[in-house]
Design a protein around this ligand. Structure first.
Ligand code: GRF
Length: 194
């Protein structure tokens, strides 16, 4: 059960695989005086994830759990989540797909950020596909994680205009800026609805 009253904070684990700019942004938000959450644990599937540097910088516990064997990986993750009393999992650029079983255990407590206006452009390589299809708008979405990829209930979305001059890098950068605004907003919504 999530703790929604009193002064106790909601304990969050952020799962990353890459740069971790969303992670950094969430950490900075969590350090604000009136923040209702704490980033207690960072999990990455790769020791080379650039975002792991924020664990050191902000003195947050990190665990690198490879996926050579998904069952074992998820067992280890589960133990870590329990050990650290985690209430909510935030996926932020995590490139592994969690099993049905794992998701069931944390039903309604795993959220993800995806760089498109879901249900459009699920999966990878979203920005290039958006440009190839000459879409006028793209954006980002925060959604609950279910066993169907990028298909869980949408929490919040932000539209971003696609410019004529955009290539996938430029578009990704502008969308990422909006992701940093959207994720903390979505957390507020998630906390209220729990
Ligand atoms: C973001 O664009 C996110 O939407 C996607 O992966 C990217 C992660 O970026 N799922 P970062 O690692 O948070 O910088």
């Amino acid at each position: 059960m999530l703790k929604l009253t009193g002064t106790t904070k909601i304990n969050i684990a952020v799962f990353i695989s890459g740069n971790g700019s969303n992670l950094k942004n969430l950490i900075l938000k969590s350090l604000k005086k009136r923040s209702k959450f704490e980033i207690k644990l960072i999990i990455s599937d790769k020791a080379t994830s650039k975002g792991l540097k924020y664990a050191r910088k902000f003195r947050i516990k990190k665990k690198i759990i490879d996926y050579l064997n998904r069952r074992n990986a998820e067992k280890t993750i589960f133990v870590e989540l329990k050990k650290n009393d985690i209430d909510l999992i935030c996926l932020a650029g995590y490139m592994k797909i969690l099993s049905k079983n794992f998701i069931k255990k944390f039903k309604g407590k795993i959220i993800n950020i995806h760089p498109s206006l879901l249900p459009k452009y699920k999966g990878l390589n979203t920005h290039q596909r958006v440009i190839n299809n000459k879409e006028k708008y793209s954006g980002c979405t925060i959604h609950y994680v279910t066993s169907k990829l990028d298909s869980g209930k949408i929490i919040l979305q932000k539209k971003v205009k696609v410019l004529k001059s955009d290539d996938s890098n430029k578009l990704a950068k502008r969308i990422l800026k909006q992701e940093h605004i959207l994720y903390p907003k979505a957390l507020k919504k998630v906390f209220i609805s729990l």
